[in-house]
Design a protein around this ligand. Structure first.
Ligand code: SAH
Length: 213
């Protein structure tokens, strides 16, 4: 597992690309500049690790495009010390971005193969989430709720009510909603019974699946 000055150079370029595309949160940019994304991907994709694209990982899933990760993280509006629930651990890259920012992360993955790979992999890089869970993200994780933010990294056909219910007042749910194309949607819990909804353009994700098989 090597991280060299060549990788660092490519990361700095990627960071500048993201800035040009409109990412302004300096903590998000610093995290991306620091995390060895090439180590989260199959070695055959090494040459592509620092272009702004999504790539295949195990179990027919993808590591999200860096811009998407950056944008979703920015929209969460969390900082050091916050507690966040992530749905769709996947490669663990998004998890690492949040951890690098000093956020406490709970993350749920429904593909057992990926769950096991990522659970073993993250600590090797020094990343220690509060908990990685093998399970169904539609239900959220009531045991550690309420959260300062919830981020869904797969395309949701609808907005799961348990996720809204597990937000603190003032916290945001960042969720791509739609079937083939998703609209990045942010729900802010403005009071125990009220949510404000905002939309931030089109994205494409692998689907948030409803059953275990
Ligand atoms: N955050 C990841 C993105 C992975 S793609 C990364 O940075 O690499 C989305 C992930 O969501 C996939 O790993 C997929 O298996 C997972 N997923 C799909 N449906 C899910 C569900 N109902 N609950 C939890 N995870 C789910």
């Amino acid at each position: 597992m090597k991280d060299t000055f060549i990788h660092q150079g490519l990361r700095t370029k990627l960071m500048k690309t993201l800035q040009k595309k409109g990412i302004v949160n300096s903590e998000v940019l610093a995290a991306i500049n620091k995390i060895p994304r090439h180590l989260f991907m199959d070695s055959s994709f090494l040459a592509h690790a620092y272009v702004d694209k999504a790539f295949p990982i195990a179990a027919d899933q993808t590591i999200s495009q860096p811009y998407t990760v950056a944008r979703q993280t920015e929209l969460l509006e969390v900082s050091k010390g916050a507690t966040v629930l992530e749905i769709g651990t996947g490669s663990g890259y998004q998890t690492a971005v949040l951890l690098e920012m000093g956020v406490q992360v709970y993350s749920i993955e429904r593909q057992n193969e990926l769950f096991k790979i990522t659970k073993r992999f993250l600590p090797k890089l020094g990343y220690r989430p509060k908990k990685l869970i093998f399970g169904d993200g539609y239900k959220g994780l009531p045991e550690a709720a309420p959260y300062d933010g919830i981020i869904v990294t797969a395309g949701a056909p609808f907005v799961p009510n348990p996720l809204l219910a597990q937000l603190k007042v003032g916290a945001k749910l960042v969720i791509p909603v739609g079937d083939t194309v998703q609209i990045m949607t942010v729900f802010t819990r403005t009071s125990p019974t009220n949510f404000e909804k905002e939309e931030f353009g089109e994205f494409r994700f692998v689907p948030l699946l409803e059953d275990k098989n």
